[in-house]
Design a protein around this ligand. Sequence first.
Ligand code: AGP
Length: 355
Amino acid sequence: EETGKSGYEHYMLKEIHEQPRALRQCLRGRVDELSGTVDIGDLGDLSPTGVQFVACGTSYHAALHGAQLFREAGIPSQAFLASEYATATPPIGDALVVGVTQSGETADTLSALRAARRRGARTLAVTNVVGSTAARECDHALYIRAGPEIGVAATKTFASQLAALNLLALGTSSTGDARQVISALRDLPGHVQEILDESAAQEIAEIYQDADAYFFIGRGYHEPVALEGALKMKEITYKHAEGFAAGELKHGPLALVTENTPVFAIVTGDDERARKTVGNVKEVEARDAPVVAITDGQSDVSRYADHVLELPETHPRAAAVLANIHLQLVSYHTAALLGRNIDKPRNLAKSVTVE
Ligand code: AGP
């Protein structure tokens, strides 16, 4: 088992560090930067007029990102929790139903995909495991090519899911900024490596290891990352953590914010979204909560932050992947300091095969 960890203390840390390679594998042979096109095989013929995503846990957070991509391309799209979709299936029309599942064996996701198929929907599995049940049962499969993931906490497969969903959106719909997205995807492995080499995540973990709770906020593409940051923190540290759409904080959760609850705010660019999130950060800072800004420095969020986790300037879709790398590291180091069973957290299984 030790050899399998390649010298890393845990599989999770090894897998976090495998992300540049996993992303390269995901993109290899599928993007042509010169022409600004994406080739994902016969999936290009899908041309969906609507997309419904079904997924659980981390994969659901990737699905939220995927749904945003299609909506931005003018295609109605929504992400559903698979466990809800399976028992309260919404009208499908002629939408493509996409199951996002690392393992391809999650019972709730398989059940949702089967419910969609019973209603005559076309289905696609976005999965890591070739020949998995989801891949076999769906009409199409798009492999994320992340390589085996042993740690119960999904890390590299989330990054690869986001990259693969960008390929899916680029390959089956048209967006004005396809070239910029492709260029940002090409830069992604190198940018991830920079974060792995330079992130101040361990210091943040040391400072806040005794916090009462951890909150994560973001807007747009950064909302699913806020949710994912919180899930990872809960999963491996056993501490209270919640992620919110930044604008929701003032509608209730702000009551939980104290000087012992660090708030991680993901803010990139300097557009309306960024400015509004900076406004939310000010609300938090005024309540004496420590603020950790994950930012590319384009907005003035750092003025209201106690700490900064730096991001390079890139397309917001790629920035979401990069912000998550910092958050993976914060959770990992916090769990390590607390002596948790990082690769096999209590009560959890890598693949949940019961509904
Ligand atoms: C992620 O860290 C979790 N282990 C869990 O939420 C997982 O993402 C979920 O169970 C879905 O698994 P899947 O991607 O294999 O379908």
